[in-house]
Design a protein around this ligand. Structure first.
Ligand SMILES: [Cu+2]
Length: 627
């Protein structure tokens, strides 16, 4: 439940709202002398508006001392509160019920709003106004519907004019868990919407009460047990149009108040027009900012990175692609010191080397104090290293434990087309919980890698890749060094406690960078002796940037590119190689002098952690320590 800081606030808010509602309900039925419909009005509104509902109740309606209700509720502003409470209780209940149903049905937001308006209006008019008020107003149900129609229409328009934009903009805002009724934030948005609706509907309700178009607050006392005649009609709030009513237990009222509205036709038309315009504005203006064609099913649960451009034409699929990894999906948590790229031992099945890969959601430390939620093979970032020999027959069983479909591509390898991995092109993507077995014979040797080829934009950026090193059948063909180190690059976006797939676009730019799943100073330090050589295998497992990888302490020799050893005359000396996404460079560096020699990306921002340098660097930085 707790994913964002707002969730703590919501828990406190709803705890308060329940406590306030319990108090109002108890007090209404124990102490407060008013019609049952108004008791329920205040109870429902306190449920929706929490402490604000309680505030309205004690300031405008709760009898301050025995016998004091009649005088207490007289002021027009209190009468307006009563009228608005009455409207909001009915309309908001209809709107909220409709919102839950439309979300469950997966209807687009703009349809939701229309259904919610109709449901709110119908609930308010046919049930809360006409049915519950009949006893007080007298007359038949149909007469009540007819009389209530205009006031209900005006009030509902104003209410929805406030509620609709709050719902649209917040539900389709950054945290689209708000689209989903199973999330607390959905109810938080509903509460805020009701508060906005109340605020907008209040002035027209004050006006309607003053013009005797609507009831405000009323006093209704139970018959005294003593038989003593109650003091006639209690003084009412506003002369003539509301007042005391006798006869508890739903008995026929002693007196009705057939209100005579004091309003001119032009006034009524002008107010109607105004609230109708407000309604249209409230319903349509959000469509300039958010995509009202989306439904809870399209984007429910997605939380977008801060700063991402989300316009009225941003598709739901784009939002799902860029959304944060839901921390509640994490299935395995790696110990902070765990390293990725561990060599996976092959099983043997009749001369075939067999590997099992399982894609899942992990919690992974890229620094001792910085966890990310990533997608990973076998619980590690990068995924395990597959090391085979040229000519080997390999079988890789892939299990998908992600909340979305996936595949695996063998980057740079010559394989049968149906083993190549592109989703929907050479194979059906592996569904959540599904399996796929890749099998091929390796015909090449060198530095390769594997990665997801289904929504790689998202999945590879979250960690679904690993090294695939193929040794030549004839070892003499290998250009050897005293040591070897594989360097796999990745960009990360972690903000406000959530991990998003880093992308080269607004709001999605990375702020952390890793070598083999760790940011410096957590990257490994390789110990060497003067005169020793090391083969660095750079792999562009990252999604977005060309990283100019630079080594201090003298040039290296570039000996292979993209898994192919360069002919002797084509090898060259350099101190920086531009490692683009998908590229591999094998370079051999010689330790010439003792000391700490850096390997780092030469885009300085990529050598920081969230723009901060720790121990002289960050991100794509590691040390070759020569003694
Ligand atoms: Cu870089």
């Amino acid at each position: 439940m707790i994913v964002q800081p707002v969730d703590y606030f919501l828990i406190v808010w709803f705890a308060l709202a329940l406590a306030c509602t319990a108090y109002v309900a108890w007090d209404q039925f124990q102490n407060n002398p008013e019609p049952v419909v108004m008791k329920w009005g205040f109870i429902l509104v306190t449920l929706y508006m929490g402490p604000l509902g309680l505030l309205l109740y004690v300031m405008a309606d709760k009898e301050p001392h025995p016998g004091g209700h009649e005088a207490f509720i007289k002021p027009l502003w209190k009468q307006g509160v009563g009228s608005t409470i009455h409207c909001v209780a009915g309309d908001a209940t209809g709107i909220i019920l409709a919102a839950v149903i439309t979300a469950a049905l997966g209807l687009p937001m703009w349809v939701d709003l229309i259904v919610e308006y109709l449901a709110g209006f119908a609930f308010g008019l046919f049930i809360f106004q006409s049915l519950f008020m009949k006893n007080m107003m007298g007359g038949t149900y149909l007469e009540n519907v007819r009389k209530s129609f205009m006031p209900e229409f005006i009030s509902m328009n104003a209410m929805m004019a406030g509620m609709a934009p709050v719902m649209s903009l917040l539900m389709m805002g950054r945290d689209m868990r708000a689209m989903d009724p199973t999330e607390l934030i959905f109810w938080g948005v509903m509460s805020l919407g009701v508060i906005a609706g109340f605020a907008i509907a209040y002035p027209v309700n004050v006006w309607m009460v003053s013009r005797k178009m609507k009831h405000g607050l009323m006093t209704q006392r139970k018959e005294r047990q003593s038989g003593e005649k109650h003091q006639g009609k209690a003084p009412s709030g506003h002369e003539g149009h509301q007042g005391a009513q006798h006869g508890g237990g739903g008995a026929a009222p002693a007196s009705h108040h057939a209100m005579q509205p004091d309003v001119t036709r032009p006034q009524l038309i002008a107010v109607c027009m105004t609230t109708l315009l407000m309604l249209l504005g409230g319903m349509t203006a959000p469509a300039l900012y958010v995509n009202m064609n989306l439904s809870a099913r399209d984007v429910g649960g997605a939380i977008m990175p801060p700063g991402m451009i989300m316009g009225w034409d941003t598709p739901g699929e784009a939002m799902r692609d860029m959304a944060a990894v839901d921390p509640r999906r994490v299935a395995s948590k790696a110990e902070p010191g765990t390293r990725g790229d561990t060599v996976l031992e092959a099983g043997q099945e009749g001369g075939v080397k067999v590997f099992n890969l399982e894609a899942g959601v992990v919690r992974w430390n890229i620094l001792p104090d910085l966890k990310v939620e990533g997608y990973a093979f076998n619980g590690q970032v990068p995924g395990p290293r597959l090391r085979v020999t040229e000519g080997d027959r390999v079988r890789i069983r892939v299990t998908n434990r992600l909340p979305e479909s996936t595949t695996v591509h063998w980057h740079g390898l010559i394989v049968p087309n149906e083993m190549d991995g592109p989703a929907k092109i050479t194979q059906e993507p592996i569904p959540p919980g599904g399996h796929y077995t890749y099998e091929f014979t390796t015909g090449q040797a060198g530095t390769f890698f594997y990665h997801t080829h289904d929504h790689a934009d998202r999945q590879q950026a979250l960690g679904l890749y690993g090294a695939l090193i193929i040794d030549p059948k004839d070892p003499s063909r290998e250009l050897v060094a005293d040591k070897e180190y594989v360097i796999q690059l990745q960009e990360w976006l972690k903000r406000e406690g959530l991990t998003y797939p880093a992308m080269l676009m607004e709001g999605a730019l990375p702020n952390y960078f890793t070598i083999n799943g760790k940011a410096y100073p957590e990257t490994e330090t390789v110990s060497m002796r003067v005169g020793e050589t090391i083969k660095l295998r750079f792999i562009g497992t990252n999604n977005n940037f060309v990283h100019p990888m630079h080594v201090h302490g003298g040039p290296f020799t570039v000996v292979a590119r993209d898994g192919y050893t360069l002919a002797e005359g084509a090898r060259f000396e350099a101190d920086t190689v531009n490692v683009g996404p998908g590229q591999r460079y094998d370079v051999i560096w010689k330790a010439r002098k003792p000391g700490k020699w850096l390997v780092h990306c030469h885009i300085p921002h990529h050598a920081t952690n969230n723009n901060v340098e720790h121990k002289g660097g960050g991100g794509l930085t590691m040390i070759l320590e020569v003694s």
